[in-house]
Design a protein around this ligand. Structure first.
Ligand code: DC
Length: 231
């Protein structure tokens, strides 16, 4: 099958879209790009450089420094997993920490940040053959993507998944209620921000995975891909 397409997967935080997108990319031999990781990396940069105070980001200073923030992806030689790099340093673990999750929505709402990252995402996907996941991939980054999926699941389901994930990584301090609050807060900010809010593209397929097993989700996605590629 030679025809390469662009696959855009959008949805709420912790909807399981990244896992599913990664799995699909591997199954069909496409590159996978986690755009949430890019917003997280810029947020980590802000935290490390004292550019965030509470909910307030020092936007003029961040704009000045944006050209010197370089985000890239590499493959871990041992695990084969994709990892995020910030100015040459692997930050894959740090960008998943709660201190980053708690601030990333403020950084992702800044127009200059979105402009820079969207341009980079469009360059990375120019050759097609990619699965990209995020919030605005089907609406802003690749509005002409041949396959668009909008993943939905209740906030409680998503908070439970995120909580279990953090526990599995050894985080015993965070409570389920804190995670749920963070998920709800981010949902609200992501849906109501002025710049590229999370919304379903008109031509996106909807996948509500609240009551689906991982295998069922993977099967659903692969079947959708096969249908589209056969057109
Ligand atoms: O998918 P995630 O939870 O890792 O995303 C982190 C944050 O980045 C989330 O609050 C929304 C934002 N984001 C965005 O605004 N646009 C994207 N394309 C991807 C993520």
């Amino acid at each position: 099958m030679d025809k390469k397409i662009t696959i855009a997967i959008d949805g709420f935080s912790s909807s399981g879209k990244s896992r599913m997108a990664k799995k699909l990319a591997k199954a069909i031999g496409y590159a996978y790009i986690d755009t949430g990781a890019m917003y997280r990396a810029v947020t980590l940069y802000c935290l490390n450089n004292n550019l965030i105070d509470g909910e307030v980001v020092n936007v003029p200073e961040l704009e000045k420094q944006l050209p010197s923030i370089h985000i890239s992806f590499g493959v871990n030689a041992d695990t084969g997993a994709s990892e995020t790099y910030l100015n040459g340093e692997c930050v894959e673990l740090e960008i998943r920490e709660m201190r980053v999750s708690g601030k990333v929505s403020y950084v992702a709402a800044i127009p200059a940040v979105r402009r820079a990252l969207v341009a980079q995402q469009q360059r990375m996907g120019a050759e097609k053959g990619i699965v990209m996941d995020g919030r605005d991939i089907g609406t802003v980054v690749f509005p002409d993507a041949e396959m668009k999926v909008y993943v939905d699941a209740s906030a409680e389901t998503r908070a439970r998944r995120r909580f279990d994930e953090l526990r599995a990584k050894g985080n015993t301090e965070v409570t389920y209620e804190e995670v749920l609050r963070n998920v709800q807060e981010r949902d609200h900010i992501d849906q109501t921000r002025a710049e590229s809010p999370l919304r379903k593209a008109d031509d996106a397929l909807v996948l509500d995975n609240s009551h689906m097993s991982l295998a069922e989700q993977d099967e659903w996605l692969l079947a959708a891909f096969r249908r589209i590629i056969a057109r």
